[in-house]
Design a protein around this ligand. Structure first.
Ligand code: AMP
Length: 399
């Protein structure tokens, strides 16, 4: 795939150059305080490398959805402050409501080699999410080199991820994107086998293309979570009041047929933990088999299923996981997700977590450092698993 052959910061000369780095500083904020620093930590290797090489490092990112206008509560100022502490060097924050206004230009002019500045939230500008040429050119005017290290927005063609690459001399990826491409790319394109993919989460409709694409690649496809019920119903089982997407039943049947034709083992739940209500206090009732009684909904995979899924993980050499096995936010219905996470944590296989809810679940459960790779981009890793090309990566220079 063309996405796997992109130049990195190590392939180019950066000393003394002005380097614009698109980071993913879209961090959760509460009363101006950053409540989860993972994304800042993830950005440090690229920033440190460029500082040490004596580049002039100009950082930019979006934060939340200011919808094209300045919103003080979505200013990146707290990020600059925290980054300064983490890097042990002042990261100058450029409070410029135009992002690339007079303040930004003079801040860049005053930079010395090894200095770091952070521009204001790129989504203060309405052109950003439309990938309009004017703002792309303004961003590019600040630097000779563009580095994309924001995997979380690589699936979006915006000024600061795609447009800017048309107006700088060189565009390469940073360490974070390089790492994402290595682990996601190798898992999907050249996996050690058996290759097992585990898909869960709420809806079939969110994962249609992922299922279809992964059936071309995996040895075993495991389905859990809310989306499993549409598959079960399509095979004639009783599913009570569980999540059902009737318009996806036909598709589910096709996928079951496709799995057979490809010789892929497709695993569906053989029992469930059910409840009468979608409520954390509803009494958990384990079913005997695939069928769910009237008035009950499946909220987690059952113990027999969890064992089958964990065994499949144990036999695997590569495991990719996206989406929880049940409503893991409710303690009584988290066990299936925990068992799968545990099996992955204990396995010697290459284990890749595809961002979003499953990444949050794995981190919450304390298994984070036991996985080979946890993707930092929910939407981006999903599109990657769909086999799509990510515009923010395609736009970078090839090796
Ligand atoms: P996704 O964003 O598609 O990965 O979906 C994650 C969400 O799916 C989580 O918030 C889960 O609570 C929810 N979910 C998982 N299993 C079920 C289920 N059996 N019924 C309803 N929601 C579920």
């Amino acid at each position: 795939m063309s996405m796997l052959n992109k130049k990195t910061i190590e392939d180019i000369e950066v000393t003394g150059k002005r380097v614009l780095v698109r980071c993913d500083f879209n961090v959760p904020l509460k009363d101006g305080v950053i409540t989860d620093e993972n994304r800042l930590v993830g950005a440090l290797p690229t920033i440190k490398y460029l500082m040490e090489k004596g580049a002039k490092v100009i950082l930019c990112s979006h934060l939340g959805k200011p919808k094209g206008e300045p919103k003080p509560e979505l200013s990146l100022a707290p990020v600059a402050k925290r980054l300064s502490e983490m890097l042990n060097k002042e990261v100058v924050f450029v409070a410029d409501d135009n992002v690339v206004g007079e303040n930004a230009k003079s801040a860049v002019e005053n930079m010395k080699d090894g200095d770091v500045i952070l521009l204001q939230n790129t989504r203060y500008r309405k052109e950003e999410t439309k990938n309009e040429e004017s703002f792309s050119k303004e961003l590019a005017s600040l630097a000779e080199i563009f580095v994309n290290d924001a995997f979380g927005t690589a699936h979006r063609a915006h000024c600061s991820t795609v447009g800017v690459t048309n107006f700088v001399e060189t565009s390469v990826c940073g360490y974070l994107i390089q790492k994402e491409l290595k682990f996601l790319g190798e898992a999907v394109e050249t996996p050690a086998r058996p290759f097992v993919a585990i898909l869960g989460g709420a809806k079939v409709s969110d994962k249609i293309n992922v299922i279809n694409n992964l059936l071309e690649k995996v040895d075993t496809l495991i389905i859990g979570g809310g989306m499993a019920y549409t598959f079960l119903k399509a095979q004639g089982y009783e599913i009570g009041t569980s999540l059902l997407e009737e318009d996806k039943m036909e598709y589910s049947k096709e996928m079951i047929e496709k799995a057979k034709a490809k010789g892929v083992k497709l695993l569906l739940p053989v029992d469930h933990v059910t409840g009468e209500k979608f409520d954390k206090d509803t009494t958990p009732v384990v079913t005997e088999d695939e069928n769910i009684k009237d008035g009950f909904m499946g909220l987690d995979i059952g113990p027999k299923t969890a064992k089958i899924y964990a065994d499949a993980v144990k036999e695997a050499k590569t495991v990719v996981w996206n989406g929880p096995m049940g409503v893991f936010e409710f303690e009584n219905f988290a066990k299936g997700t925990i068992e799968v996470a545990k099996a992955m944590a204990e396995s010697d296989a290459t284990t890749v977590i595809g961002g979003g809810d499953s990444a949050a679940a794995v981190n919450q459960l304390g298994f984070g450092d036991k996985m080979t790779h946890i993707s930092t981009g929910g939407g981006a890793s999903l599109e990657f698993l769909e086999g799509k090309e990510l515009p923010g990566i395609v736009a970078l220079n090839d090796k």
